[in-house]
Design a protein around this ligand. Sequence first.
Ligand code: NAD
Length: 267
Amino acid sequence: DPRRLANQIALVTGASSGIGVAVAVALAAHGASVVVNYGHDEEGANATVATIEAAGGTALAIKADVSKEDEVQAMFKQTIERFGTVHIVVANAGLQVDSPLIDMTLAQWQKVIDVNLTGQFLCLREGAREFIRRGEQPDISRATGKLICMSSVHEVIPWAGHVNYAASKGGIMQLMKSTAQELAPHKIRVNSIAPGAIATPINLSARDTPEEEKALLTLIPYNRVGDPADIGNLAAWLVSDEADYITGQTIFMDGGMTLYPGFADNG
Ligand code: NAD
């Protein structure tokens, strides 16, 4: 059903760049009205809104640093004032601040935990509060609400030189599962998407030369870097009624990166 998200309101964090843009565009293409959150990149958020509107969709850009409680609460308030409620929250905003462990400052550690983990907690909590306040709308969606965490293959694959990032994604796994367990009686579904290597600005430095791209592909059995649209399409399906019986799961979308490709020719 091309309009499987008709009459639903979605909020996507970090939708000014990369995966968040593709998720916002995909949800809108399936009929949702979309709040395009951004932290600082107003131009990027406006471009996402323009793309959605050019395709006949509805979108609104809202600035909020997801690591700040008052800003996240103000964003949800503004969303509900404009659209009445929210049915879908995609906690996608995230960043990397890379450093070897022995050189990592507390500020570098804290920044990544604040945005990637606390930011997702705040958005899940505010989304769940609104879903429960509003109650069921069975003519619009079988679930009362849907929450998606943007995790990473690094919720299971260790990553030297990135202990803050890997810890944030490992934390998201239990944040998501525990939230799913707690909210299932409210008919709220909570799942994670764990991308492998997707072509976005976050990992440009790992694939901006042919040698680096080749090295990256040795980690990907399917032999291509992912496209943000791959993740957008999965998100649109995962929040639809077709996926109504899925909750508490991490869906890895990684071209086989979690298949331990180093073992393929090690027999
Ligand atoms: P990106 O850098 O293109 O986008 C990240 C977005 O988050 C940007 O819009 C940025 O402005 C926003 N953001 C950062 N800090 C913020 C804050 N405090 N408040 C609000 N917004 C903030 O990177 P991306 O690849 O699109 O990453 C999106 C998500 O996907 C992240 O959670 C990332 O960890 C995850 N991810 C990406 C990959 C990949 O290969 N690209 C792989 C696994 C997981």
